[in-house]
Design a protein around this ligand. Structure first.
Ligand code: ATP
Length: 200
């Protein structure tokens, strides 16, 4: 497998803006959230395992996952949440590995909000943290989603603290400035990674 660069960050930090740039530069971006949706599609083993454990009440009439029912179930009980993770994380990792294996770009980006919290980080050679002050995260996420402030603050409180993320990343991209500055920082990293790939 070629060089895999992880991109992570908290809500509203600028991950998508950064990974869109990598994509524009011709780099394949594997999205862990998308992989998480694939493994619970009808006919996929993780959906069968979830239904076997939690009952068919979490399925809709057409056999697809009732996301609202499942969300309700896992938010009400941390043990349910743990079980769901046990049932899905190995399949998600397998799907991510499959997509990484299909990449033909010079190196590959793995985008995941949970890179540092799960063993998805192990799939990466290096990790970039898109880092912004909490006030900017909040303002940008509110402007984007029209979400209420309390809802975004709850999500931020549940995520890994900024300090811990910063301690674990290999590359820190400061996204406290403009979008143009963020794109420039990504372009610089891209040039570094290409050089490394050429030297392999
Ligand atoms: P989430 O985890 O919530 O999906 P994200 O980390 O993917 O968020 P983005 O969607 O890239 O973050 O950015 C959040 C919002 O902030 C977007 O509307 C984006 O255009 C905007 N944004 C990103 N960086 C900047 C910046 N430096 N200045 C102003 N706005 C920005």
């Amino acid at each position: 497998m070629n060089l895999v660069i992880g991109v992570t960050g908290g809500i509203g930090s600028g991950k998508t803006t950064a990974t869109d740039r990598f994509q524009q530069l011709g780099i394949t971006v594997v999205d862990a959230d998308q992989a998480a949706r694939v493994v619970v599609e009808p006919g996929q083993p993780a959906l069968g395992a979830i239904a076997a454990h939690f009952g068919t009440g979490i399925l809709q009439a057409d056999g697809s996952l009732d996301r609202a029912a499942l969300r309700h179930l896992v938010f009400s009980d941390p043990e349910h949440r743990q079980k769901l993770e046990q049932l899905t994380h190995p399949q998600i990792n397998e799907e991510i590995r499959r997509q990484l294996g299909n990449s033909t770009s010079a190196y590959t980006v793995l985008s995941s909000p949970l890179l540092l919290e799960t063993n998805q980080g192990k799939l990466c050679d290096e990790v970039i943290l898109i880092d912004a002050p909490e006030s900017a995260q909040l303002a940008r996420a509110m402007a984007r989603d029209h979400n209420d402030k309390a809802q975004i603050q709850r999500i931020m409180a549940a995520q890994m603290p900024r300090r811990d993320r910063r301690a674990r990343a290999d590359h820190l991209v400061d996204n406290s400035g403009s979008i143009e500055q963020l794109l420039l920082a990504i372009d610089k990293l891209h040039a570094q990674f290409l050089k490394r790939c050429a030297a392999f």
